[in-house]
Write a protein that binds this ligand. Sequence first.
Ligand code: SF4
Length: 152
Amino acid sequence: MSHPIEYYEPVFTIGTIAKKIGVAVQTIRMYEQEGLIIPYKTETGRRMYSLFDLDRLACIRRMITEEGINIQGIKRIFSFIPCWEFKGGLDNDCLSCPAYYDALGPCWSLRNKGEKCLTEDCRQCEVYRLDFHCNKLKSVIFGHDDKHKEQK
Ligand code: SF4
């Protein structure tokens, strides 16, 4: 599903987004440190968040509070997203990138990214921006969609 540009516009401060999610500001910072979320940073270093970030954080909170998944577990789930499929296929660059064989965290949180991603702004990347719904994680990771259900 495509979203209007405003969906990705960083309009909320960290205090506002924390309030909307119902957590402390420190919790949002911790999610950032763990690589679950990438805030937009202004020239002065102020963190700002969008409606997309709000949906993402709501999903993360649901996984933690309702499904009993801890942060390490969420990082592992994110690490299964086949980013190479969005970056032109499994070439040598992808094969030598830790995102292909490492399951410790999502590609955007890795230090030694492949060349294709070295200079990219992950926050703008379609991999990071995959339509993010907790109950659609399988479709995100394995490419399943509702058409398969219709065919059955
Ligand atoms: S640009 Fe960032 S989010 Fe996109 S595939 Fe590369 S590491 Fe992952």
